[in-house]
Design a protein around this ligand. Sequence first.
Ligand code: ADP
Length: 271
Amino acid sequence: MIILGVLSLLMSGGLILTYRSVSKEMALARLKSDFVSNVSHELRTPLSLIQLYAETLELGRITTQEKKEEYYRIIRKESERLGKLISNILDFSRIEAGRKEYDLRETDIAELVRNTLDTYRYQIEKNGFEFEMSIEQDIPEMRVDREAIARALLNLVNNALKYSADVKFLLVKLYRTNGTVKLEVVDRGIGIPRREQSKIFEKFYRTSDPLVHNTKGSGLGLSLVRHITHAHGGQVEVESTPGKGSKFTLSLPLTATGRIANDLASGAAAS
Ligand code: ADP
């Protein structure tokens, strides 16, 4: 009886484990196929716009200088969007293949954040956002990969713009506290339900909100943000209330020496 009992316990355990791993694989396969269709859609939209506006200009149908400038602007903006998406996908594939390397150098992080936001300010304000930037004075230089930190920040800012509906507000804060430098990106957008807050950092994951469904995205941005932050020995957190807004905080340790950060960078790339 005891042997039979043990055997049936083992069998049920095995069945449960198999079921769990099969459903995990199925969920991943579903996410991957959503990803492929999202990305193809995201690539196709700017490409068709660029083609349309370039052809119209080429045909010489546009007579006013103002209209021409508007069309050039659209072409530039859409190419930038394509560029950003392609960089995200390339970074993602490097990470997946364990080939992502971070170039850590002494950097004035306050200047990096200010510059990155300044180049994006026009787009933020043009989208009708009230934009606040608060950067503390005297933040010491830190060893970071400039491009990676700028990309993480832009992914967060871009999400705040994409996932805000009625109240369009964006705050970016950089400050120092207890041996860490914190970079906060705050919005008053649609928010994220508690049960989904840990999942949004997984690759391909997108929440079930209808606005998210109707907004273009690949589900890669936050997984990149998390990878970049871990590679710098830091962490990323989210606080969010559905309907009220979200706050994403990157904490980067000030004390992380080059060695720690470098070890983490290669460790993270290998994982
Ligand atoms: P993408 O934006 O391409 O879908 P991300 O990895 O950047 O991918 O984000 C994953 C998901 O997390 C988004 O699809 C969205 O559901 C949710 N999300 C991210 N940022 C925000 C935000 N600021 N407000 C509300 N939801 C967000």
